[in-house]
Ligand binder design. Structure first.
Ligand code: FEO
Length: 166
């Protein structure tokens, strides 16, 4: 069992992960409008990963005999000033999510909930990867900003991202 407090916090994180998926899907739609299908592909794959993250919380809540309570998903931003602005937003968002995961770990430690702490460690590692990917992407977008040829190449590269299996 998990505490009532932890049940609430895990459900909040489930919502945050689905919201992340919604945000990235919104960025995918923005890039489609900008005729950057490769950028849109990257965001769409990212959105699918976020929904998988949400499902990890969903499954864990159920496995611990707690209840999943789905709450309203906030409407995400729909427009960005430039591809660069969108990628800056990705990095900021992932840093924020890392903070949420850290808060959850702190709660698990406080409650001496070792099982939940153990479950959360996958997300601690995942957030290192998420921030690393976002920083890499932002660096590339900065480099290509205003250069049509480099943007074309980056669009091609991001179009090759395929869904991962974890
Ligand atoms: Fe599920 Fe991008 O953090």
């Amino acid at each position: 069992m998990v505490s009532e407090n932890m049940e609430k916090a895990l459900n909040a994180q489930l919502n945050a992960e689905v919201y992340s998926g919604y945000l990235y899907l919104s960025m995918a739609a923005y890039f489609e409008d900008e005729d950057l299908a490769g950028f849109a592909n990257w965001m769409r794959v990212q959105a699918e990963e976020e929904l998988e993250h949400g499902m990890k919380f969903y499954d864990y809540i159920i496995r611990r005999g707690a209840s999943v309570t789905l709450s309203a998903i906030e409407g995400p931003q729909t427009e960005w000033d430039s591809p660069l602005a969108a990628f800056e937003h990705v990095l900021e968002h992932e840093k924020m999510v890392s903070g949420l995961i850290n808060d959850l770990v702190n709660l698990a430690i406080e409650e001496k909930d070792h099982a939940t702490n153990n479950f959360l460690q996958w997300f601690v590692e995942e957030q290192v990867e998420e921030e690393e990917n976002a920083m890499e992407l932002l660096a590339k977008a900065k480099f290509a900003d205003g250069d049509n040829r480099l943007m074309y190449e980056l669009n091609k590269e991001l179009g090759e991202r395929a869904p991962s299996n974890d």
